[in-house]
Design a protein around this ligand. Structure first.
Ligand code: SF4
Ligand code: SF4
Length: 434
């Protein structure tokens, strides 16, 4: 969103508060009718998308001075994008883009990122990962019996969290590709953080340097397809990178690849997995993974505070997120009983970890996770499954803190079970980065 669009759009919020709720027709119960973890936690209008847009407008008009207190409110948002989906039902605003831009402005004014977020940004600059881990140990998780093909045109971009904290996901991903007989490469010493934690906290200049470094390396190897088991890396490459620099390789999340492999018969799920499972849609694989459509039009004022887009701008409603692939996989696992939660797909409730909240505001991240865990319990499932390492960490923290009987698995771990393969668990201490 450029400066002109930002200034026009922040005037167009009609203060309806629809962004606090999932769209009315999608509501199944009062208990699970809300969409915004921030307003759910703090229950004051400033903590909603609409409230943050008023802050943005007041700052532009000079009626509010930037302050640390104000930055604190703006950063207590997981950038889950639920507000952006809900707003489209009556309005045509992009609240999520406004919040991202507002953070960028606060950074330029010296009021962001939050101190804890600044620490992981320094770690990324120094060690290429946000966890202060040695870069040379990035590939230590790779099992000895799995071979990398350095000439392969399919690249597995492992990501920092799967490399250092959720190794079971990386191990499962390569074991599944091995079982399917696919040749793939991994960048090894040349894989760096995708930049998502930096972008989402508003340090756009550093983000741009990182994305250029990653794209230069991938393009120099002639890669045709990049796959990701991390929803955050996937969304950043798929949706955010092209806003800064276009590329011409294909990007896929592992659930999309595995769904294709199962469909084509390259993976045969022969073993029974007799579990009752529900699925959490990660925000970065779901609604936020919908690409921006290019639009070349004018914003025409009709009256004070009211303007329209001519021609109409395509609405980014989140409906084009990746929802079918994980559900197809779960439905093809023999003996598995799959049941849905109330808030699913583009109306799914956030796990609570995103956009630097896990590191800067751990209590908010944990409370949000526990809300989601309660919803998973109410579905009747005893297994919670998802497809993102950040969701994995935060939801497991929620399960533990709530003393829930739920067990958590990444979807790739269920595929391993269905293939009859060894499932190596390497649950490490949780770390709050995202
Ligand atoms: S952001 Fe959209 S949904 Fe929220 S108050 Fe403004 S117009 Fe209404
Ligand atoms: S992005 Fe999510 S947490 Fe932030 S205001 Fe929107 S719904 Fe609330």
């Amino acid at each position: 969103m450029n400066e002109q669009e930002y200034k026009k759009m922040i005037q167009r919020c009609v203060r309806c508060s629809i962004c606090k709720w999932i769209p009315q027709l999608q509501i199944k119960s009062q208990k699970y009718a809300t969409i915004c973890p921030s307003i759910d936690m703090f229950n004051f209008h400033s903590y909603s998308a609409g409230g943050r847009i008023i802050i943005a407008l007041a700052l532009e008009m000079g009626r509010l001075e930037p302050s640390q207190e104000l930055a604190d409110i703006v950063y207590k948002c997981t950038e889950c994008g639920g507000c952006a989906v809900s707003c489209k039902f009556l309005n045509t605003l992009e609240p999520l883009e406004i919040i991202v831009k507002l953070r960028e402005k606060l950074v330029s004014l010296g009021y962001g990122p939050m101190p804890k977020q600044q620490q992981y940004i320094e770690s990324i600059k120094r060690y290429n990962n946000p966890y202060n881990e040695p870069h040379e140990e990035r590939l230590e998780w790779l099992p000895n019996d799995v071979q990398i093909d350095q000439n392969a045109k399919l690249l597995y971009f492992v990501g920092c969290t799967s490399s250092y904290r959720r190794k079971e996901m990386a191990i499962a991903a390569v074991r599944i590709m091995k079982a399917a007989g696919i040749a793939f490469n991994i960048l090894q010493d040349d894989e760096f953080c995708c930049g998502s934690p930096i972008l989402r906290t508003g340090d756009v200049n550093t983000f741009e340097k990182i994305l250029n470094k990653n794209l230069d390396i991938i393009e120099s190897k002639g890669i045709k397809t990049v796959i990701f088991s991390c929803a955050g890396c996937y969304d950043t490459f798929k949706v955010d990178y092209p806003l800064y620099r276009k590329y011409d390789f294909r990007v896929l999340h592992t659930v999309e690849l595995f769904d294709e492999l199962i469909e084509s018969g390259s993976l045969e799920l022969t073993k029974e997995v007799p579990l009752t499972v529900t699925y959490h849609d990660p925000c970065h694989l779901g609604r936020n993974a919908e690409r921006y459509e290019e639009w070349d039009g004018d914003i025409v004022p009709l009256m004070p505070f009211v303007s329209i887009n001519i021609p109409p701008k395509p609405k980014r409603t989140g409906a084009k997120g990746i929802y079918n692939a994980p559900r197809n996989i779960l439905k093809k696992i023999r003996g598995l009983n799959f049941i849905e939660m109330e808030r699913i797909k583009e109306y799914a409730y956030c796990c609570g970890a995103g956009a630097g909240v896990k590191s800067a505001f751990p209590e908010m991240a944990l409370n949000t996770a526990k809300t989601r865990i309660a919803e998973a319990e109410d579905s009747g499932a005893n297994i919670l499954v998802s497809s993102c390492p950040f969701c994995s960490t935060n939801l497991q923290d929620g399960i533990k803190d709530r003393n829930s009987n739920l067990q958590y698995y990444d979807i790739s771990e269920l595929i391993l079970m269905a293939l009859g393969l060894k499932n190596e668990k390497s649950k490490q201490a949780t770390a709050g980065v995202r």
